[in-house]
Ligand binder design. Sequence first.
Ligand SMILES: [Mg+2]
Ligand SMILES: [Zn+2]
Length: 309
Amino acid sequence: MPFATREFGWRLDASCWPDLSRCAVLMTDMVRSSRKREAEGKRCEPQEMADILVVFDFDKTIMDWECDDWIVHEFGLIDLVNELLPTTPWNSLMDKMMGELHSRGKTITEIADVLKRATMHPRIVPAIKSVHALGCELRILSDANVFYIETILKHLGIRECFSEITTNPSFVDKEGRLRILPFHDFRSSPHGCDLCPPNMCKGAVIKRMQASVSAEGKKRRFIYVGDGVGDYCPSLKLLAGDFMMPRKNYPVWDLICRNPTLLKAEIHEWTDGEEMEQVLLRLINAILAEEEEEEEIKSGRSVSSDHGL
Ligand SMILES: [Mg+2]
Ligand SMILES: [Zn+2]
């Protein structure tokens, strides 16, 4: 029997969200400081960085599944989710489901083990490794949560390929229960975007990334890979020279197809992991060839102007 997913769940009223705003701020700080620690040392960097930033959605882009749906499915929580969905926003519903699993005696290790079994296309991991080896910066921008993503990426041995994971904070509390919090505290500071779920506006995150790139005085090309409704807002924020890679016949692709002229970025669709790999590598190699050509022209010009002097 099909069951409701976050694609619909987030449209509901946020009235049932528990008072976790202080906790959310604390967790965001913890996530920030852990990112800072990563930035200070342990990341593996390719020898020469390309000026390309590849932003991946996670659920149904890297993974075959929405991770929440996978958990709900594997732990037999479908009926309970369907019962609570009409009155509970998705993000807080999943926090409740973690409480339910805890009360049923399920440990964090058991939840991690279920996540590690979630399926994905066999070309996704090689694609990520290739993109990283080509010198691109890779980031995750996801409406899942830190625990799910870190658990799966570490299990796959590709955590170090990503410089940043932007998603809903999560943590294991004193009782050993996983807590899931919204990325934006939508009660005290709503993001005000009509296109996005209350807990996360990915477009706002992309704007922030663009601002930090331009503050560094860099010119960087963004490639955004995604499938869901939540990936539409960031696709509208991409600039000319960027690339949007929507998964064909998935919600973001449907939305883009209604009026592709709303996007400044070039649109390159893909259907599965194999095609995602091919399209990504084709785009990156084309950008790198273009950059190399520009470099050659620049150095050629400086040589001839030197001669002129
Ligand atoms: Mg997705
Ligand atoms: Zn938005």
